[in-house]
Design a protein around this ligand. Structure first.
Ligand SMILES: Cc1ncc(C[n+]2csc(CCOP(=O)(O)OP(=O)(O)O)c2C)c(N)n1
Ligand code: SF4
Ligand SMILES: [Mg+2]
Length: 345
C-alpha cells in the first residue's frame, strides 16, 4: 500500500492534561484571529438574521488547532447551510441523520485512527467536531451521544441549544425551559407554556465521567473559545453546551442575540462552568465574577422580559409562575456554587 505523505498540521498542537500546567492560548485577539483564519462557516448561508448558531460556529473556527471534520445532526444549522447543490462549510462536513450524529462521529474518528495506524492519514492528527441542536441531543440523539461517551471516542460534541425543535416549527424539546411558549406547549387556559423543567443535559454528560464538559454562550466569546480548545486538547470525548438564541422561536428582536446571552448568564439562568475529570466543577468568566460578588446577580425578569415566548409571565395573574422560575434558577445556581471548586466559601 502506498504511503501518504505526512503534512504538518497548520496549527500548533498542545496536549491538555487536567491537573498539569498547560500552555493554552488564554488570551485571544479576536480581530487578529478573524483576519488570520478563515471561519469554517462562510457567508451565504440561509440561517435567519440574528441567529446565534452561526456566531457560535465562527467562534469555534477561531479556536481550531488543525485539520477538522465536522459532523452535523439534522436541524437549522444543517438544513440552512447545505441547500443542494451549495454548501457554506469550508471544512470536510458530513450529515447522516437526526438521531445519530454522535454515532457517525464515532465512525469517522475510528476511521481516522485506522488510517493513521496504516500510514494513510496525511496529517499528524485530525479533530472531529459534532454540531447538534437540542432536539438532536437532549432527546432523539441521546442514546448515540451516550454510546460515544461510554466508548471514549476522541470527539468534541458541541450542542447549540436554541431550546426547541426550531427547524420544524418551534416544537418543545427536553431543552425547552419551563413555561416557555412553543407550538406544542401553547400558552392558554389549559397550560402556561411547557409544564416540565429543562433537562440537565450537561450534568448528564458529567455523569458519564468523560474528560471535559463545559457550558458557553456566544456573548462570552473568549471563554467559549478557550473551552473549545480544551475540549479538543483532551484525549477522549468532550461536550460543550452552548446556549444559542433563536429570534424566531424565542420571539425577540434580531439585534438581541448577544444581549440575551449576556442576560442568560447575568441572571444565572445559564451559568458558565467547566467540569474537568479528576478535578471537578469550576465556574468561569462572568459566572465566577457573580459568585464572588452576588449583588451582580440579576432577577430572572431580565432574561424573560425581552422574549415573546415568556410574555405571559409578566402578566400580574402569572407572577407566581415567574416566582417559580426564579426559585428553580436559584436552586440550580446554589447547587452549582456548592459543587464548584473555585466558588467562594
Ligand atoms: C428521525 C427524524 N425525526 C424527525 C425529523 C424531522 N426534523 C428535522 S430537523 C428537526 C428539528 C431539529 O431540532 P433541533 O435538534 O433542536 O435543531 P434546530 O432545528 O432547533 O436547530 C426535526 C424534528 C427528522 N429529520 N428525523
Ligand atoms: S429558526 Fe431560529 S435557530 Fe433556526 S435559523 Fe432561524 S433564528 Fe436560527
Ligand atoms: Mg433546537
Amino acid at each position: 500500500m502506498a504511503q501518504v505523505k505526512q503534512v504538518k498540521s497548520p496549527y500548533e498542537i498542545i496536549v491538555f492534561e487536567p491537573g498539569k500546567k498547560y500552555n493554552l492560548p488564554l488570551q485571544f485577539n479576536l480581530r487578529k484571529l478573524a483576519e488570520e483564519r478563515k471561519p469554517m462557516i462562510l457567508p451565504g448561508h440561509r440561517l435567519c438574521a440574528g441567529c446565534a448558531a452561526p456566531i457560535i460556529v465562527k467562534l469555534v473556527s477561531f479556536a481550531l488547532r488543525g485539520p477538522t471534520i465536522v459532523v452535523n445532526a439534522t436541524g437549522c444549522l444543517e438544513v440552512a447551510t447545505t441547500i443542494f447543490p451549495y454548501t457554506s462549510w469550508a471544512v470536510p462536513w458530513i450529515h447522516n441523520a437526526f438521531e445519530n450524529a454522535a454515532a457517525t462521529a464515532s465512525g469517522v474518528e475510528s476511521a481516522l485512527k485506522a488510517m493513521k495506524k496504516t500510514g494513510r492519514l496525511p496529517y499528524d492528527h485530525v479533530d472531529v467536531i459534532v454540531f447538534a441542536g437540542d432536539g438532536g441531543t437532549f432527546d432523539i440523539g441521546l442514546q448515540s451521544l451516550s454510546g460515544m461517551a461510554e466508548r471514549g471516542h476522541d470527539v468534541l460534541y458541541i450542542l447549540y441549544d436554541n431550546e426547541a425543535y426550531m427547524n420544524t416549527g418551534i416544537q418543545r424539546s427536553g431543552g425547552t425551559p419551563q413555561f416557555a411558549w412553543t407550538t406544542t406547549s401553547p400558552v392558554g387556559k389549559v397550560i402556561p407554556g411547557k409544564t416540565q423543567e429543562k433537562k440537565p443535559i450537561a450534568d448528564i454528560m458529567v455523569a458519564h465521567r468523560i474528560p471535559y464538559v463545559a457550558t458557553a454562550t456566544p456573548a462570552h466569546w473568549a471563554d467559549l473559545m478557550r473551552k473549545v480548545r480544551k475540549g479538543l486538547e483532551v484525549e477522549g470525548p468532550a461536550f460543550i453546551h452552548a446556549l444559542s438564541s433563536c429570534d424566531r422561536g424565542w420571539r425577540h428582536d434580531t439585534s438581541l442575540a448577544i444581549e440575551i446571552s449576556r442576560r442568560a448568564v447575568d441572571t444565572c439562568y445559564f451559568p458558565l462552568w467547566e467540569w474537568i475529570r479528576g478535578k471537578g466543577y469550576y465556574l468561569t468568566d462572568r459566572s465566577l465574577v457573580i459568585a464572588k460578588n452576588p449583588r451582580l446577580k440579576q432577577p430572572i425578569e431580565k432574561f424573560v422580559e425581552v422574549q415573546g415566548r415568556f410574555r405571559h409571565l409578566l402578566k400580574p395573574e402569572n407572577r407566581h409562575l415567574l416566582k417559580q422560575l426564579q426559585e428553580y434558577v436559584d436552586a440550580v445556581w446554589d447547587d452549582l456554587l456548592n459543587r464548584a471548586v473555585n466558588a467562594p466559601r
